[in-house]
Write a protein that binds this ligand. Sequence first.
Ligand code: FAD
Ligand code: NAD
Length: 464
Amino acid sequence: MSSDSYDLIVIGAGPGGYVCAIRAAQLGMKVACVEKRDSLGGTCLNVGCIPSKALLSTSEKFESAKHDYEGMGIKTGGVELDLPGMMTFKDSVVEANTKGIEFLFKKNKIDWLKGAGKIKGAGTVEVDGKDYAAKNIVIATGSDVASLPGIEIDEKRVVSSTGALVLDKVPETMIVIGGGVIGLEMGSVWARLGAKVTVVEFLDQILPGMDGEVRKEANKIFAKQGIEFKLSTKVTSVTPDKDGVDLTLEPAAGGDVEKMQAEIVLVAVGRRPYTDSLGLEEAGVEMDERGRVKTDHGFKTNVDGIYAIGDVIAGPMLAHKAEEEGVVLAEMLAGQSGHIDYNLIPGVVYTHPEVANIGQTEEQLKEAGVEYKAGKFPFMANGRARAMNCTDGFVKILADAKTDRVLGCHIIGPEAGTLIAEIAAFMEFGGTAEDIARTCHPHPTLEEVLKESALAVHGRQIHM
Ligand code: FAD
Ligand code: NAD
């Protein structure tokens, strides 16, 4: 094989692409990964999961030190924000992670082809004017920020999540368009640092797609934290001027127009699959009506030897979903078999408290006519949550009424994102509520709330 010829070329080094490249290399393939950014790791490591979690973590510590410590007998003597220092910390976390992927590429002998990749047809990828040959090509080009018609994101006053990660001062006021995951995570960061945050959501409740009770509870808790919500409302215009940004809002169902002003507007209305300048049309690769690359269950496009994974195909736009797809595809290309149960991909919102879910919601089960039992238990009745001074929220487990098999779990509460992993493992093995209830959980832990809610499915909870 010549130096410009590979078993596999992956385009895009996000969690889908870099994981696929590493697994393929582990399985003995000669692999290259094309990435046009100056650093590896994609949206997730550079402008997504990792920097947002660094700011969520530091802003939560700041907020706690300001408001919670005194009630727990800790005198801080005045807490001040050093925003440049916080941003430097966040940047250092990003750099450590992206450099880590460079190290992994070297360790696995994966060539990083620096530049924008273009598919010239099955078997050939062009990078910066040079052609590379590959037996197989994987499109892992991810997603980009979506906006609304007539709203221009300048990343200064009207920002996307990317701009919201690098603001150089805390705005007095911030209007967030969209009460989804990014709106709540980035809205929480800036609210904790001192901005007056208003979230405008088109639907009648925040966090679409999540369990109804969790959505209501989340709204209540975040409102208590000082975030204002305007539900069933759409933003019809956004006009930056020298003093800030003027907005017009309208009830979703139509009605009187309201005018608002904010120093910063964050547009968080979703992301779009990214296939710009990739040459898909010329290569004859089919897309769906939403601009996503069309694939079959084996991630194959309609063109032999071209595959796609991650945010650029259908399914939830989540890093761990992209990673699972990367691993399974690499194994399939090596002649192994693989399968992903898309019902078992957990979702987590890293607010305080966190929100996490897996499987079906009550609304989905009702709509499908499935008979189920629900067991719910509040963190308020858990000793560890009290000791941590984090008692907001609950766990809800949904189990099949006849078989007791767990069909879904919905959590709002401390460390929900960590707790959901236990339920994911039970569900992966077809576990029942009784299985969770009979498993000895250490005391005192937040995990006991999982056990109690499993017991509650059968009306046997002990501590309430
Ligand atoms: P991406 O990570 O988007 O990577 C694609 C890469 O391909 C990019 O680096 C791009 O530069 C490159 N590329 C594109 N076209 C070309 C080309 N022609 N040539 C060369 N390179 C190209 N998900 C979670 O699971 N948990 C979270 O906490 C979370 N937080 C998020 C926070 C924010 C603010 C955002 C924006 C997203 C977050 N996500 C989170 C979503 C997560 O980042 C994505 O689901 C994930 O990054 C998708 O991975 P991917 O590999 O499909 O694509
Ligand atoms: P989202 O789909 O989660 O939320 C967008 C929200 O905007 C929805 O509630 C929608 O109803 C609302 N909306 C749409 N048009 C509107 C309008 N005109 N006016 C008011 N509201 C409007 O999208 P997002 O928050 O931008 O996140 C994008 C993607 O990134 C998501 O798919 C998410 O999975 C991923 N992400 C994940 C995490 C995480 O896992 N913790 C964090 C950030 C982002």
